[in-house]
Design a protein around this ligand. Structure first.
Ligand code: XIL
Length: 474
C-alpha cells in the first residue's frame, strides 16, 4: 500500500467515513483565507456578532466541510474557532490527501489555532471534519468554525498596512509633521509599512507654475519612508481637482494636443524623478460620477474620455517597471460607478494598456459602511481581470452615529475589520491604506474621530482590529 493510500485510509478510519470525498468547490482567485460559512458540505450557520466574520459554521456530528482554493506558498493554517457544548469535541484538519491533524479547541470563546504546515503554491483542497463523538452527543457538541486563514511563507505576500501622512500642516498642528514630530514619527514607523503622501504629490503642489517643478515636500516624505524601509504609494498623477490655476484657467485655451503634451510632460517628469523609489502610482484618480458617467474636469472636457488611456500609456512609457493603478471613491460596492470602472478596466486590459490595479478608497462612516462580503466581492470582481486591488484611503467617520464614544469606537473597529478581512481573504489585495494616522490630523475633522489612533496617538480598537484581521504579529 502506498503511504498516501495508507494516510487516506487512516484518515477515513479515524473519521468513520467511507472513502467518497465530495466534489470540493473551486474558488476563482487565489485565497489567503475564507469564512468557514463559504465551505461546501453540511453545516448550520450560527449568527454571532462576536465572531470576527459574523456567521460561523457549526459542523454536523457526521460529514465534512471542504473548499478548493488556489493558495500562495503557505506556512501555516490558522483556524478561528470555539468549543461547542462538549469539552471532548475535536476536529480533523486535512489538506489534500496528507495526514489529518487533530485540533482540540482550547476555549469556548473565539480563538485561533495555528497549525504549522508546508503547502506549495497552487490548487488545494482543505477539509474539516469533527472527530467522532460519543453516540448520544448533543448536536451542539461539535466545534464552531469562523474562518480558515492561510499564512503565506513569503513575508512580502502579506497585506501591507499603509497610512497617508502630511509633510507639514499649514494649520500649525505640530502633530502632523511626520518627519519632525517624534511621537507622530514613532507611531508611523512602529505601526505602518507604507506611506502615501496625502497631498504633496498632487499637481497643485508639484507644478504650481508651468514647467517649474517643486518636489521639496514630496522628497522629504519619500526620503523619510525609504530611509526607514517603508514602501510609498504615489498619489496621484491625473486628478480633476487640486490643479494649479495655469491648468484650469489657461491664458490661451487648451486644445487636445496642447493639454496632452502638458499631461505627458507632467507624468514623465514626476515618475522619472521617483523612478526606483516609488513603484506604485495612482495614475488616474476619480474619473467617474456615481451614475457611471465621466466626471467633468479639464482633462475630460478638453481631451475626451480617452484621457484615462493616454495617462496609462504615458505612465508605462515613463517607467515600464511601475505598477499602475486607477483609484476611485465609493467604488467598494457594486453599482453604476463600479460597473463603469470595471468596463473601462476590462477594455484597457483587452487592448493591452498597462493598467495593473484598482484602488478602492473606502472613505466611509458608521451610517453604512460596506461589510466584508461586499468588499470581498468587489475585490474578486477586479481580481478576475488579473488586476491587483488595494484599499487605498480608508477612514470611518463616527460623528453622526448614536452611542457612547466607546460603543462608537467598537463599531468603528468592526468597519475596519470588515475591509481588512476582505483584503486578507483575496491574494490579489496586497495593501490596505488608512487616510491618516491620528484623529488629530484628518481631512474629515477631529470630531469625526475616523482614524485608528486617537488624538493622543494611542491605538484605538480600530487599530487592534486591523492588526488582528491582517495577521500582523502572528
Ligand atoms: C484630500 C486630502 O486628504 C485633503 O487634505 C485635501 O484638502 C483634499 O484631498 N480622495 C482622494 C484624495 O483621492 O486625494 C483626497 O484627499 C480625499 C478623497
Amino acid at each position: 500500500m502506498t503511504p498516501r493510500r495508507a494516510a487516506a485510509l487512516s484518515w477515513a478510519a479515524a473519521c468513520g467515513l467511507a472513502l467518497s470525498i465530495p466534489a470540493a468547490q473551486a474558488d476563482p482567485v487565489a485565497a489567503r483565507g475564507f469564512a468557514a460559512a463559504t465551505m461546501s458540505g453540511p453545516h448550520r450557520l450560527v449568527s454571532d456578532t462576536s465572531a470576527p466574520s459574523g456567521q460561523p459554521a457549526q459542523l454536523p456530528t457526521r460529514g465534512e466541510l471542504s473548499k478548493r482554493v488556489d493558495l500562495l506558498d503557505t506556512k501555516a493554517v490558522v483556524i478561528t474557532l470555539r468549543r461547542g457544548c462538549s469539552h471532548r469535541a475535536r476536529l480533523w484538519l486535512r489538506m489534500d490527501r496528507s495526514r489529518p491533524l487533530l485540533i482540540t479547541p482550547g476555549s469556548d470563546s473565539w480563538h485561533t489555532f495555528q497549525a504549522p504546515t508546508s503547502i506549495a503554491a497552487g490548487w488545494h483542497t482543505i477539509r474539516l471534519r469533527p472527530a467522532r463523538l460519543r453516540r448520544r452527543a448533543p448536536l451542539c457538541a461539535t466545534p464552531e468554525i469562523d474562518r480558515v486563514d492561510l499564512l503565506p511563507r513569503d513575508p512580502g505576500a502579506h497585506v501591507l498596512l499603509g497610512a497617508a501622512v502630511r509633510s507639514q500642516d499649514p494649520a500649525a498642528n505640530p502633530l502632523a509633521q511626520v518627519t519632525a514630530n517624534p511621537q507622530y514619527r514613532t507611531t508611523f514607523l512602529a505601526s505602518f509599512d507604507s506611506l502615501t503622501p496625502e497631498n504633496e504629490l498632487k499637481m497643485l503642489y508639484v507644478e504650481p507654475r508651468r514647467e517649474d517643478y517643486t518636489f521639496g515636500d514630496a522628497d522629504s516624505l519619500a526620503s523619510f519612508a525609504l530611509s526607514n524601509n517603508k514602501a510609498i504609494r504615489g498619489h496621484a498623477l491625473v486628478i480633476g481637482s487640486q490643479l494649479p490655476d495655469w491648468v484650469t484657467h489657461p491664458a490661451i485655451p487648451w486644445t487636445r494636443n496642447t493639454l496632452l503634451s502638458v499631461m505627458q510632460d507632467y507624468i514623465a517628469t514626476v515618475m522619472r524623478h521617483y523612478a526606483g523609489q516609488i513603484h506604485t502610482w495612482d495614475v488616474v484618480n476619480e474619473a467617474f460620477n456615481d451614475d457611471g458617467s465621466y466626471r467633468h474636469n479639464v482633462w475630460y472636457d478638453v481631451i475626451g474620455p480617452d484621457y484615462v488611456e493616454q495617462a496609462f500609456r504615458i505612465a508605462h512609457a515613463a517607467d515600464p517597471t511601475a505598477t499602475l493603478f486607477y483609484n476611485d471613491i465609493a467604488a467598494e460596492r457594486s453599482g453604476l460607478k463600479q460597473s463603469a470602472i470595471y468596463a473601462m478596466a476590462a477594455d484597457l486590459r483587452n487592448r493591452g494598456v498597462a493598467l495593473n490595479g484598482i484602488g478602492l478608497q473606502n472613505h466611509t462612516d458608521l451610517g453604512g459602511y460596506p461589510d466584508r462580503a461586499t468588499i470581498e466581492d468587489s475585490i474578486i470582481r477586479f481580481a478576475q481581470l488579473g488586476l491587483d486591488v488595494e484599499i487605498t484611503e480608508m477612514d470611518v467617520g463616527t460623528a453622526s452615529a448614536a452611542g457612547t464614544p466607546s460603543e462608537r469606537a467598537a463599531a468603528q473597529a468592526t468597519a475596519y475589520a470588515a475591509a481588512a478581512t476582505a483584503c486578507w481573504d483575496v491574494a490579489a489585495c496586497r495593501r490596505l491604506t488608512v487616510w491618516g494616522i491620528t484623529d488629530a490630523v484628518t481631512w474629515l475633522g477631529t470630531e469625526e474621530a475616523p482614524l485608528p489612533f486617537d488624538v493622543s496617538l494611542h491605538p484605538k480598537p480600530a487599530y487592534l482590529a486591523l492588526t488582528h484581521a491582517l495577521h500582523r504579529g502572528l
